[in-house]
Ligand binder design. Structure first.
Ligand code: ZN
Length: 218
């Protein structure tokens, strides 16, 4: 696991009761780029506006999703089940995500993906493992992916098909999950990629988010 500098600073600030004060930016939702929703529509996504009233989580931090969107289908026709309710900037990340998913599914599994079953995007809360820290789910800036449903009817289930890197005899489904998560982190589609190898909270899903810091939890 690699923890970027900002998370280190957040951890320090969260746990510090004495000693020097560290000036850090409070976590916040990413602003939507100009014309963001229209860019997504031009890319062929099926979406509806998802307006979210900001909600206070703690001093200085509000849960919010600038120009929120509810995405039902992506550019390749892939369905998000249920629809992915995210901030608009995160929607742009999902476009890149989908294209890598399809490339790796065709290459490794011989079939494109027709649906992604996800466990959640927006949830105004602190991190499960680090209660001092704010979860990116608070900004609809994250998605928890449980299952990939292929066009040929087969499924890749994270809880069943994830195999620790040390095991040599990887199945095609395990190879798909490995290659996919490696690329999502290396190509900076997401800044945080957490897998079942990371901790017990992630045994049944991939947590993908767009935080200001980086965590390689592959
Ligand atoms: Zn998550």
């Amino acid at each position: 696991m690699i923890v970027g500098g900002a998370l280190g600073a957040l951890l320090f600030a969260g746990g510090a009761t004495a000693g020097p004060q560290v000036a850090i930016a409070l976590p916040a939702a990413p602003e939507a780029p100009e014309g963001c929703r229209q860019t997504l529509r031009d890319d062929g996504l099926r979406l509806a506006p998802w307006p979210l009233r900001p909600e206070k989580l703690q001093a200085g931090v509000s849960c919010a999703a600038p120009e929120g969107v509810s995405i039902r289908r992506g550019t390749s026709g892939l369905r998000f089940q249920p629809p992915a309710r995210v901030n608009c900037a995160f929607g742009l990340r999902l476009v890149r995500f989908e294209s890598i998913v399809q490339e790796e599914a065709k290459r490794t599994l011989g079939s494109p993906v027709r649906a992604i079953v996800q466990l959640g995007t927006y949830n105004c809360r602190r991190m499960a493992a680090y209660p001092d820290l704010v979860s990116e789910h608070s900004f609809a800036n994250a998605i928890d992916v449980a299952t990939f449903v292929l066009k040929n009817g087969r499924q890749v289930v994270v809880e069943r098909d994830w195999i620790p890197a040390a095991k040599a005899a990887a199945t095609p489904a395990a190879m798909f999950l490995r290659r996919l998560t490696r690329r999502l982190y290396d190509e900076k589609v997401f800044s945080v990629v957490l897998t079942p190898s990371y901790d017990r909270h992630h045994r049944n899903h991939l947590h993908l988010d767009g935080a200001a810091y980086s965590v390689d939890g592959t």
